[in-house]
Write a protein that binds this ligand. Structure first.
Ligand SMILES: [Zn+2]
Length: 232
């Protein structure tokens, strides 16, 4: 009996080591693309497909109606949709306690009319910090929206950054980052640099998954609280 128990224990140990080795080093990063869809979306989608990468697109209301075919492509290829609002203007969307909610509700209605579904996933323009008040955040939460900011920012939306600057910022933000959410934009320069970005991340054993409605959102309001001048 003792021999059998020993053999079983050894088999169990071997299985555990094999299982551990096969998952070792695998990490998930959440790619997100703001401001689309645009005429660059097909290029972005084809590069994502090359790396078997899934991503989340935070879309603007006007562009849902402008590019419904690209919306359908995003969904058909297994990516996730979130809302980025209507105005994309700091002075408009953050102007009253209910304007962020109103913009998301409006974009959600348009999403429903065009694609037949709604989403709880949102990202407000320029991130919730320092623009969003605690009251605005509470109103969005009460309406069951999941607010997502990011934890990796290569600043791809500013000017025409070259790939070495983008990769250098990504490397810095990934250090010690337990839940990497990468901020990218649906724009030409990002589309042109995306292959190199995904190649770098894949070489670091990252796999790419979508943000879903059941995930606990990462946002600056939860991480840092509201900005002082807007804490009322
Ligand atoms: Zn944006």
């Amino acid at each position: 009996m003792r021999k059998i128990a020993l053999i079983l224990a050894i088999i169990l140990l071997i299985f555990s080591v094999v299982a551990l080795a096969s998952t070792e080093g695998e990490k998930t990063i959440y790619l997100t693309f703001d401001d689309g869809p645009t005429h660059n979306t097909p290029q972005i989608l084809s590069i994502l497909k090359k790396y078997n990468a899934k991503a989340t697109f935070f879309v603007l209301e006007e562009r849902i109606t402008q590019y419904p075919e690209y919306m359908k492509m995003i969904i058909a290829e297994g990516h996730s949709i979130g809302l980025h609002g209507v105005s994309h203007n700091v002075n408009t969307i953050y102007s009253t306690p209910s304007t962020p909610l109103n913009e998301m509700n409006s974009a959600n209605e348009t999403l429903y009319k065009c694609l037949g579904f709604k989403t709880k996933l949102i990202r407000t323009p320029y991130g919730s910090y320092p623009y969003m008040s605690l009251e605005q955040y509470k109103i969005l939460k009460a309406a069951n929206y999941n607010l997502w900011d990011w934890t990796v920012d290569p600043r791809d939306g500013v000017g025409t950054p070259d790939i070495s600057a983008i990769l250098s910022r990504i490397k810095t933000d990934l250090k010690g980052n337990e839940r990497p959410v990468l901020l990218l934009h649906d724009r030409k320069t990002t589309a042109n640099n995306l292959d190199a970005v995904l190649s770098f991340l894949a070489s670091r054993n990252y796999t790419f998954d979508t943000i879903t409605e059941t995930m606990d959102p990462i946002n600056f309001m939860e991480l840092y609280g509201p900005a002082k001048n807007k804490s009322s």
